[in-house]
Design a protein around this ligand. Structure first.
Ligand SMILES: [Zn+2]
Length: 104
C-alpha cells in the first residue's frame, strides 16, 4: 500500500497542539492561509508570542502607546494599523514589526 504525503503529515503532526487548528485554515491564497494559521495558533508576529519565546522584554504592543498586550484582539484596536480586514491587518502588523527596531 502506497503512503501519501497527507498520511505522512498526519502521522508526524497529529500529536501537536496546533494540528487540529488546520481545519480552520481556509483554502485560499497563500497569504490569507498563512495569516489564518498564525492567527489561529497565536504563533504570528505578535509581541505576546515573541515574548513567550524570549525575544522582546515585554508582551506589550511596540507599535503604539497603549501598553496593551499585542495579540489577536489588539490587532483590531491598534491605532497604527490601518489596513482593512483581518488578513490585511495581520500582514501590515507583521511588516511594521519587521521594520521597526523595538527590541535591540
Ligand atoms: Zn498597538
Amino acid at each position: 500500500m502506497k503512503t501519501t504525503s497527507y498520511q505522512v503529515l498526519n502521522r508526524r503532526n497529529d500529536h501537536k497542539p496546533w494540528f487540529d487548528l488546520l481545519q480552520y485554515v481556509p483554502d485560499a491564497p497563500r497569504s490569507e492561509a498563512v495569516a489564518s494559521f498564525h492567527l489561529a495558533t497565536g504563533h504570528g508576529c505578535f509581541a505576546k508570542h515573541l515574548f513567550r519565546i524570549g525575544i522582546p522584554p515585554t508582551s506589550c504592543c511596540p507599535l503604539c502607546d497603549s501598553n496593551d498586550e499585542m495579540d489577536y484582539h489588539h490587532l483590531f484596536l491598534c491605532p497604527t494599523i490601518s489596513a482593512e480586514g483581518v488578513c490585511g491587518r495581520y500582514w501590515q502588523a507583521r511588516e511594521l514589526m519587521a521594520n521597526a527596531e523595538f527590541y535591540f
